[in-house]
Design a protein around this ligand. Sequence first.
Ligand code: FAD
Length: 415
Amino acid sequence: MLVRLDTAGQPELQYLPGDHLGVFPANRPELVQELLERVEDPLPADEPVLVEVLEKDSSGRFPGHKSSWVPQSRLPPCTLHQALTFFLDITAPPSPQFLQLLAALAQEPADRERLQQLSQDARLYEDWKWFRCPTLLEVLEEFPSVALPAPLLLTQLPLLQPRYYSISSAPGPCPGQIHLTVAVVTYHSENGQGPLHHGVCSTWLARLQPGDTVPAFIRGAPSFRLPPAADAPCILVGPGTGVAPFRSFWQQRLHELQGGGGPLGTMVLVFGCRSSALDHIYRQEMEEARERGALSQVLTAFSREPDTPKAYVQDVLRTQLAEEVHRVLCQCAGHMYVCGDVTMATEVLQTVQHILVQQAGMTLGQAGDFISELRDKNRYHEDIFGLTFRTQEVAFRIRSQSFSMQERRPPRPAP
Ligand code: FAD
């Protein structure tokens, strides 16, 4: 979906094409309500609480007192309802440490034993976590004898993290606005047989009403900007929501063309989606951008088009753009941009490597080194949407990336 945010009068939300917006979401009210019903000693709904921790006093400031209550700054004073809605992560699978705490609160020996096992056996925990992806509420359903005190939630649940979105608008043609292209995440856990899960932020964005407030901040992505030389040719690869930052690129170029700028280098967009029936969100805009010279060519790969072999963006690169990839990267000092999930980005990179072998006569090793150099020179850009389900692959990949990001992140405003 396309989300349009009104940012007029918010000077701190200035950005450039390629930057990200960090969004602080809220948890689903139904989930919060169900969790509140499970709390054994619910605090009065409208009474703000301040969490204090009893700490040993080693300073000697309070003679006669061995310990004192110290306010915990992790949460602002707020009601339990607000804490569970805005500040605490209630959907990510609980950590082994949290399960250990739940074990201590279980009244049934069987629950206690299983929770202890899960918290101590890393392999068992991983398998359980990846199969069930349980929210806190689902864990409590699995272990019904666990008593749930409010202070445990307030002090032990991890904080709800912001989600990042590649900005899908350009500041020139869209002053006072930020657009996002968001896929609404829903899935059934347990290999598709378990309960329906809703992504926190994408679901929250999907349910917003005009006039609602979105706590957000800009995160600069200096390594994913348009080329400094406007006449440098570019290839953009973005399947699905990977198209998000490229909309800001073509909007920016249209704006420049309208202002009499140019000449602009060629810009080929390789987009991907399941079928032509679903290819509607920016189809018209892309066509317009092409007709007006902001894009030179738009190629689309359909992965589930009826009666047609599956095609992915890397297939389009290999079968239709091999010469262009060679021309842009080896002959014209051009740029390549790849945006989307880590698996796709890896496959695109391997495809480009093979194209260089075939077109430029390099060995695989030389082609790999060449792409690394392009990265170092900021000519091969990746905007990776992050985590697939097993994090190891991603951690490895992110370590080997040369992309860097600068963070400008203010504290989260109080609700
Ligand atoms: P969450 O509540 O965070 O749930 C997502 C989690 O659910 C996944 O991490 C996974 O653990 C689990 N999950 C999801 N599907 C399944 C499944 N089938 N089986 C088992 N578990 C599953 N997203 C966009 O839509 N548009 C963008 O432009 C965009 N840009 C991004 C840019 C960057 C730099 C990064 C890091 C991410 C970007 N994302 C973008 C992704 C976005 O930040 C969120 O991760 C996404 O919207 C999901 O967040 P959520 O809160 O809705 O889901």
